[in-house]
Design a protein around this ligand. Structure first.
Ligand code: CA
Length: 251
């Protein structure tokens, strides 16, 4: 059973969510502060499969919780619940390591779909090559029949998608679910340009309200991980007017 931790200080919202998630077949628990959530998630690293994290919390807010969680090396999938849904909030959440976001108020059916999409992404990463990213883009991921290799090496870097790990010259870097999914997608299309639109649909799972700058921010982060000179990328190239291209062995 999928275990979901709800981090929400408004009691009636938290109780309602817990009730509905349990009715839907999930195990759900609530923490009413960022501090408590952080303490729990760092002390029981495998106790939770997914976190629904409200941004507006007294004390440590949701942004600070996700930042500290990633800093502590905890890479559980995190969906931010944002009251504002403003582009800068969304970008900030992704920048700090969130895997998805949902503006409040939301329909429960959309919440369930997003939870399943996050869990599928993780399952896709953990599956050996040949597995499909089923339904990740509401069934539109027609090209995603093959997940690509579970491990991949280029230059000084080895990617272990199953463990969400990047190893560069012996130094290990954990990846968020979204970082790992994006890298695996780019690697699978090695040598070919991929558009921002395709990335939005097939990696993010279609979010018309997602600003494409989200992708550019992620790419900037991935470049810091994989490029010797992130400002002069060789592996993760910009294709003007289109998007990006991953090149395994640049000239
Ligand atoms: Ca709140």
């Amino acid at each position: 059973m999928t275990r979901i931790l709800i981090v929400e200080d408004e009691e009636h919202l938290a109780t309602g969510l817990k009730f509905n998630l349990e009715a839907e077949g999930y195990a759900a628990e609530v923490e009413d502060s960022g501090e408590k959530a952080l303490a729990r998630l760092t002390s029981e690293p495998n106790g939770v499969d997914l976190v629904l994290l409200d941004v507006m919390l007294p004390g440590l807010d949701g942004f600070e919780v996700v930042r500290r969680l990633r800093e502590a090396g905890r890479f559980v999938p995190v969906m931010m619940l944002t009251a504002r849904g403003q582009a800068e909030d969304i970008l900030k959440g992704f920048e700090l390591g969130a895997d998805d976001y949902l503006p409040k108020p939301f329909d429960l059916s959309i919440l369930y779909a997003r939870i399943e999409s996050l869990l599928r992404r993780q399952a896709w990463l953990r599956r050996p090559s040949g597995a499909a990213l089923e339904g990740a883009a509401e069934g539109r991921a027609a090209d995603a029949k093959d997940a690509g290799p579970a491990e991949y090496a280029f230059g000084q870097i080895t990617l272990d998608f199953t463990r969400q790990l990047l190893v560069r010259r012996g130094y290990e870097q954990s990846l968020t679910l979204m970082e790992a999914t994006l890298l695996r997608y780019l690697v699978r299309h090695e040598g070919r340009p991929v558009s921002r639109k395709a990335l939005l649909e097939e990696v993010w799972g279609v979010r018309q309200d997602t600003d494409t700058r989200t992708i550019d921010n992620f790419v900037a982060r991935l470049r810091r991980y994989i490029e010797d000179e992130p400002s002069k990328p060789r592996h993760l190239q910009t294709v003007r007017g289109v998007g990006y291209r991953f090149v395994k062995a640049p000239e």
